[in-house]
Design a binder for this molecule. Sequence first.
Ligand code: TYD
Ligand code: MG
Length: 484
Amino acid sequence: MPRATATFVCQSCGAVHPRWQGRCDACGAWNTLVEEVAESPLGLSAPATSPGKRARSGSSGAGPALVTLEAVTPAPDRVVTGVTEFDRVCGGGLVEASAVLIGGDPGIGKSTLLLQAVAGAALRGASAIYVSGEEAAAQIQDRARRLGLAAAPVRLATETRLEAIVDILKREKPALAVVDSIQTLWTEALSAAPGTVAQVRTCAHELVRHAKKAGTALILIGHVTKDGQIAGPRVVEHLVDAVLHFEGERGHHFRLLRGLKNRFGPTDEIGVFEMGDSGLREVPNPSALFVDRRGQTRPGSAVFAGIEGTRPVLVEIQALVAPTGGFGAPRRAVSGWDSTRLAMVLAVLETRCGIRFGGHDIYLNVAGGLKISEPAADLAVAAALVSALGDVALPPDTVAFGEIALSGDIRPVGRMDARLKEAEKLGFEQAFTPMAREARGKKQPATGPVRILPLESVSELVQQLGVESRPGGAGSSGPADDGL
Ligand code: TYD
Ligand code: MG
């Protein structure tokens, strides 16, 4: 009989404490410790040196065998699903005997995406299994019909018991298996409820172990908590080879698949999808989605030539600047960008260019629900803000990128050529860019298909837009409060 000991496990990070305390020492979260009786499931928590394990590891009991680097078997095959954006984020398909965790908010489209991927792989001849603990087989069939995939040779199981799923993996040795979702699983070996750290961790661990043995590419679906973590423990993230995030804004049709960790491919890669009536449609050219060509002639709109993952993506940045009504503090509402970064750009514009936003509400929005984290977006944001405040549109067919320093200088950013090429591809004719270091103080560089308008400082941008920068400020009304 396994010996049962009570431990207290943080439901946020999975750290184990011997006694209850209000705050988890490991992650600092409050009131997250829950008592769990740690039994010994499937011999899992038995010490690694237990006699049973040693016997199983074969050879003379001297531990795992060593191989020279040279003798390591070459990279394993990949299971291609045909959902190109998904395959690309995975690094060119799913590696056999590997495990991927896909997290995302409930209702974002995880089950839809994975059903499409599994069906795609099955149609390409891979043996594929979809295990659902969330929906009945009829519901899944219904969805498959809606996606036009009812005829795909995917085998379904509606099961939440770990032991039963492990049996399926052992018996079928499928090339690809999806388990939807990790939070619904439970093992007989533990008395804790499904969804608790102990259950999630044990089930994930066992599934990954058996998938690797069976040569299966395993995909685990996980729901995400309010604070954006994959519910249950971070420990699952350590158990798997790749962690992907499926995200999108409510009310938008775009969905982004983002690689957060990948042992077999690039991280920071994104795949773009559009949710429609017949499922997720891939968007091979996202720039066309995030830029509304007609919108650019309006004040307050600037097109940022950014890099998402390995791909250049153009995205429209919209700013609205309106006088603050009443006596309240001015509002700063940002969507898709960092509000601290906005405060910095505003401070630089005020201090270095005398453009005053005090007494104005500011709304900044990144089109299409995209979230941008690159500092290279500074220049486009500044352009949108100045254009909105001065009520002048940017020159037509112009993109912008560049990082703004506190001094007001525009700093060079990476992958200029890729950004310019993407702009050219979408028919843009000129670009506000940082001045290349070697070109400082010299005349403008030679022009390519996209005319480069290099800027040394943010005040040059303000000049180019023809917005007057005078003390007291363009469009400023009322007293010069700091507004931030
Ligand atoms: P789902 O894949 O069930 O989300 P998750 O598994 O992440 O919880 O997708 C749910 C939403 O997607 C639901 O609100 C309906 C919508 N949807 C469509 O708009 N079109 C479709 O073809 C499908 C299958 C779903
Ligand atoms: Mg689902």
